[in-house]
Design a protein around this ligand. Structure first.
Ligand code: CP
Ligand code: NVA
Length: 313
């Protein structure tokens, strides 16, 4: 058992392999309990505030349902409605909310905003996506890969597409868990050098292998998992046309999948754009586990909330 009570979840770098494994085991336990119709309410009377500066389907619904199932309640706080959207400072918002809530989840643009909120809040802060990272998604992804492949260490994952928040969090997650991850992105869209170096440094401590390339075909050989995400993330809508050009040849389709292992698994954090980063045949085909992945957001985040916000020691 790991002691995570009161801790923030801002990025995977801050968590050890043991802590991540603990969260994944707890997620499995909570999933099993729910499937058996047994409820557990360790967060009775607790409230999670959920600040959203960007759209969301999965993150919002899984956190809100998750805290409700655990006996607590969630409050959806759109920055269009709260004073933060009119310029109230992060520091003031953090201190005010700490007086009411037991935890804050925030989805925003800059990672610095999440870090500042956490610095001023006296309650746990959870990163529900920034331009830099999406750690909650990767927690659910690791749970999903473990369910399907039976292990994490040594699993060969290939991420094809934009070197974005998903790519960054996958790199850190894979490095921590001893996985073999290749990021395949066109030259100008590769992950940040700083994150790549950090992931490679972590990987050397865990027997993992993190590679960045621009050649999808070679990378897909022997892949256990092929992962992709949108070409234009939230906030990059105006770059859609230029990105479609840049990412031509990086679509995950049946031709690419045929280069991987016969039992290759296709993953996508969703929302997806059929015909762009993935063909309809692949995402709707037999290798795809995207809805299992989406469901696991609920179980993984319930584990996270129990560990960070629960009273039990
Ligand atoms: N994958 C994910 O975070 O989805 P939402 O944007 O719908 O929350
Ligand atoms: N990279 C995407 C992920 C959405 C869950 C975005 O940031 O929009």
């Amino acid at each position: 058992k790991q002691q995570l009570k009161g801790k923030d979840f801002l990025k995977l770098i801050d968590y050890t392999q043991e802590e991540i494994n603990y969260l994944l085991e707890l997620a499995d336990e909570l999933k099993t309990l729910q499937k058996e119709g047994k409820s557990t309410q360790p967060l009775k009377g607790k409230t999670l505030g959920m600040i959203f500066e960007k759209s969301s389907t999965r993150t919002r619904v899984s956190f809100e349902t998750g805290i409700f199932q655990l006996g607590g309640q969630g409050i959806f706080l759109s920055t269009q409605d709260i004073q933060m959207g009119r310029g109230e400072t992060i520091a003031d918002t953090a201190q005010v909310l700490s007086g009411y809530l037991d935890g804050i989840m925030i989805r925003t643009f800059a990672q610095e905003t999440v870090e500042a909120l956490a610095a001023y809040a006296s309650i746990p802060v959870i990163n529900g996506l920034t331009d830099l990272y999406h750690p909650c998604q990767v927690l659910a992804d690791l749970q999903t890969i473990k369910e399907i492949k039976g292990k994490l260490a040594g699993v060969k994952v290939v991420y094809i597409g934009d070197g974005n928040n998903m790519a960054h969090s996958l790199m850190i997650g894979a490095a921590k868990m001893g996985m073999d991850l290749t990021i395949v992105s066109p030259k100008n869209y590769q992950p940040l050098q700083e994150v790549t170096e950090q992931a490679q440094q972590i990987s050397s401590e865990h027997g993992a292998k993190i590679t960045v390339t621009d050649n999808p075909q070679t990378a897909c050989e022997d892949a256990d998992v092929i992962y992709t995400d949108v070409w234009a993330s939230m906030g990059q809508e105006q770059e859609q046309a230029e990105r479609e050009l840049a990412f031509k040849g990086y679509q995950v389709n049946e031709a690419l999948l045929s280069l991987a292992k016969p039992d290759v698994t296709f993953m996508h954090c969703l929302p997806a754009h059929r015909g762009e980063e993935v063909s309809a045949a692949v995402i709707d085909g037999k290798h795809s586990v995207v809805f299992q992945q989406a469901e696991n957001r609920l179980h993984a985040q319930k584990a996270l909330m129990v560990a960070l916000m629960g009273d039990e020691d």
